[in-house]
Design a protein around this ligand. Structure first.
Ligand code: SF4
Ligand code: SF4
Length: 183
């Protein structure tokens, strides 16, 4: 049997502490003004920590997990072979694929429909890890804004080609795919 240890609770009364310290004097005010002045001087020197979004953007790591990209072959068709591994691995159940017979006799299937619900996605990257074809990777696109719920469901065309891919750059992906042609 373990003996029950009773811990004494320490009550911190903020009001009492403030009253004991008294009103801030001239020295504290001057110290505060000094901090403000220091930042003003730093800013005048060009050392400004503020990022003026959206004109300026923070540089993110190449491992950033942003909106997905479906990679393409040289002829522009998706590399995806509709194996459903990504959809099976997805913990958020947000990938929807409809497989169809590929017109290329060397390829068995292709995704006639490939949708990702980006509002359900938790950006874990499991789909990228599961893909045997390096057909799905992530971008560094993080500012996904929409007026309707439907707009946040990215279809195959949007996953393969959208201007934001070139703007944001590639994110989490297999190392080998660094030469991927941005669509
Ligand atoms: S990043 Fe994670 S949650 Fe999002 S689609 Fe891929 S597996 Fe699903
Ligand atoms: S993206 Fe990759 S894992 Fe997902 S269905 Fe296509 S080939 Fe399979």
């Amino acid at each position: 049997m373990f003996a029950k240890v009773k811990r004494e609770r320490r009550v911190i009364n903020v009001t009492e502490i403030q009253e004991a310290r008294g009103e801030p004097g001239a020295l504290e005010t001057l110290k505060g003004m000094g901090v403000t002045l220091k930042h003003l001087i730093n800013r005048a020197r060009g050392d400004d920590p503020t990022i003026y979004y959206p004109e300026e953007r923070r540089p993110y790591s190449g491992r950033f997990r942003g909106a997905h990209i479906l990679t393409t072959r040289e002829d522009g068709s998706p590399k995806c072979v509709a194996c459903y591994l990504c959809a099976t691995a997805c913990p958020a159940d947000c990938i929807y694929i409809e497989a169809a017979e590929s017109p290329d006799p060397m390829i068995e299937k292709y995704p006639a429909v490939f949708n990702i619900d980006l509002l359900r996605c938790v950006y874990c990257g499991y789909c990228v890890d599961a893909c045997p074809e390096e057909a799905i990777i992530m971008s560094r696109e993080y500012d996904i804004a929409a007026y309707t719920r439907e707009e946040t469901v990215y279809n195959k065309e949007k996953l393969m080609r959208r201007p934001q891919i070139a703007q944001s750059g590639l994110g989490y992906r297999p190392i080998k795919i660094d030469e991927y042609r941005k669509g």
